[in-house]
Design a protein around this ligand. Structure first.
Ligand code: RB5
Length: 148
């Protein structure tokens, strides 16, 4: 799967290991083709700019899904969800990651450096990657309503 990944400076917040490169490496180990949409170091950047780059990769067909990292995951999710066709979900538990694929067909996973430890982020990525959208009519109908 092609996946676009982005973070703001929270993805490079000390102490190491930094979240952004660790999550990129984790996705690559899983066999994903990763497009890195920045940032690439600890200097402050604005999360909406990074979210926009990741969303463009998806909406223009160069990636199937995206992962965004900021301090809480919240700023990234608010930003990403401004883009029509993006369904971004902040997840902090494996059940949230599972259900947001099953029910919401979330195409962007948002992770929080300051709220989830790195091992939990790997688990969230794994569950989110491995869970398919249920395709149930009630969920399809609800997604269609959001896209009107
Ligand atoms: C940056 O300090 C922080 O505000 C940002 O990473 C994010 O948590 C916003 O939602």
């Amino acid at each position: 799967m092609r996946i676009a990944v982005g973070s703001d400076h929270a993805g490079f917040e000390s102490p190491e290991p930094f979240y952004k490169p660790s999550i990129v490496a984790h996705l690559e180990l899983r066999g994903c083709m990763v497009t890195d949409c920045g940032t690439s170091g600890p200097d402050a950047v604005d999360y909406p700019d990074v979210a926009q780059r990741v969303c463009q990769e998806i909406l223009e067909g160069r990636a199937e899904r995206g992962v965004l990292i900021c301090g809480t995951g919240i700023g990234m999710s608010i930003s990403a969800n401004r883009h029509h066709g993006i369904r971004a979900a902040v997840c902090t538990t494996a059940e949230m990651a599972r259900l947001t694929r099953l029910h919401n067909d979330a195409n962007v996973l948002c992770l929080g450096r300051r709220v989830s430890d790195l091992e939990t982020c790997f688990l969230l990525v794994d569950v989110w990657m491995e869970t398919a959208f249920s395709g149930e009519a009630r969920h399809v109908g609800r997604l269609r309503k959001m896209d009107k």
